[in-house]
Design a binder for this molecule. Structure first.
Ligand SMILES: [Zn+2]
Ligand SMILES: [Zn+2]
Length: 102
């Protein structure tokens, strides 16, 4: 994990907003776990991000955009006449002939 302030104020202390703290019977802190990501900078109060996870999330969004832009089409294979759903270029699953969506 590498937390960074979204305002880049240079603060090095952060607070996890959704952490569960484990205590013993006397109320002494034992351990904690992050229930869900969410951090603020203790220096300026701005939201903070885990640099380790942000690029991965951005990549996921980009991949979803790409998938949404591919239009799936049903075409008949010119060789074996199998009905194939294609998005972009692919091969006929039946005979292996190259198919291309119109
Ligand atoms: Zn800050
Ligand atoms: Zn075919």
């Amino acid at each position: 994990m590498q937390l960074a302030c979204s305002r880049r104020c240079g603060g090095r202390l952060f607070r996890a907003l959704f952490a569960e703290v484990e205590l013993d019977a006397d109320g002494e802190y034992l351990d904690h776990r992050i229930a869900q990501p969410g951090y603020i900078c203790l220096n300026c109060g701005a939201p903070a991000f885990d640099l380790g996870t942000v690029p991965a999330e951005m990549e996921t969004e980009a991949a979803e955009d790409e998938r949404a832009s591919v239009v799936m089409t049903d075409i008949l294979c010119p060789v074996c006449e199998t009905l194939v759903q294609v998005g972009g270029e692919m091969e006929c699953p039946n005979c292996g002939a190259p198919l291309e969506a119109a």
